[in-house]
Design a protein around this ligand. Structure first.
Ligand code: PGA
Length: 251
């Protein structure tokens, strides 16, 4: 069943004590009458502790922001999917544009990471998104299709219950410029249509597709009301409990 999901991608932010306060504040004020899933994506170091804090909240999950494409071994500084699983993680964000850009992760690398995540009984939040120049020259739909084709379309339909897609136009991330709800809906509708083409209507209808890129308490409602937008991947606005809660409450 398609779920509404709001993910807080903290990136490389928050000291440990501030992170724990933020989680406590959000947990204590979560709406009781809604079934939106809430996901915290802290740095690896806080994952286990935060997973423990969220243990009694069935609708609250934790996510890593990345993992290695390798299983284990001599890869100093890397963190494996198995380590995330055994630290009580639920999800891993794969293919965030910052990972693609600053760490040169290719679609082929991401496909390997996706396999590792699923093999370790975790779920994937798979990110895709175009640059402004691609939108301006009209290649954005093909670009997104290629990112999905090369990153996740090698999977079986059974795997898709463990895949969440996040559409994050790069020009909207951290810039304060949000895609209009029409632009976002148009791309989400397109993504659902290619899921339908590749895997059929059941999977297309049951997949959650999140929007990310300067989503905030002022625009979340307008975005979430769109028929193919099932929630958000929230960066900056997930770092303050009031803002994050306001976004959670936008459904
Ligand atoms: P932003 O980041 O909300 O700060 O734009 C979103 C993301 O990068 O996931």
């Amino acid at each position: 069943m398609r779920k509404n999901i709001v993910v807080g991608n903290w990136k490389m932010n928050l000291k440990r004590e501030d992170a724990l306060v933020l989680v406590s504040e959000v947990l204590s004020q979560l709406p009781k009458d809604k079934d939106t899933e809430v996901v915290f994506a802290p740095c690896f170091l806080y994952l286990y502790k935060i997973a423990k804090m969220c243990n009694d909240f069935e609708r609250v999950k934790v996510s890593a922001q990345n993992c290695s494409k390798e299983g284990k071994g001599a890869f100093t500084g890397e963190v494996s999917a198995e380590m995330v699983t055994t630290s009580n993680g639920d999800y891993v964000i794969i293919g965030h544009s910052e990972r693609r850009e600053y760490f040169k992760e290719t679609n082929a690398d991401l496909a390997e990471k996706v396999n590792k995540v699923l093999a370790n009984n975790l779920k994937v939040i798979f990110c895709c998104g175009e640059r402004l120049t691609q939108r301006e020259n009209g290649t954005h739909f093909n670009w997104i299709k290629q990112q999905l084709s090369e990153g996740i379309f090698h999977l079986d339909s059974n795997d898709f219950t463990n895949i969440v897609i996040a559409y994050e136009p790069i020009w909207a991330i951290g810039t304060g410029i949000t895609a209009t709800s029409e632009q976002a809906q148009e791309m989400h509708g397109f993504i659902r249509s290619i899921l339908n083409e590749k895997y059929g209507s059941k999977i297309a209808e049951n997949s959650s597709i999140l929007y990310g890129g300067s989503c905030n308490p002022g625009n979340a409602k307008e975005l979430f009301i769109q028929k193919d937008i099932d929630g958000g991947l929230i960066g900056g606005a997930s770092l303050k409990s009031d803002d994050f809660l306001a976004i959670i409450n936008s459904f």
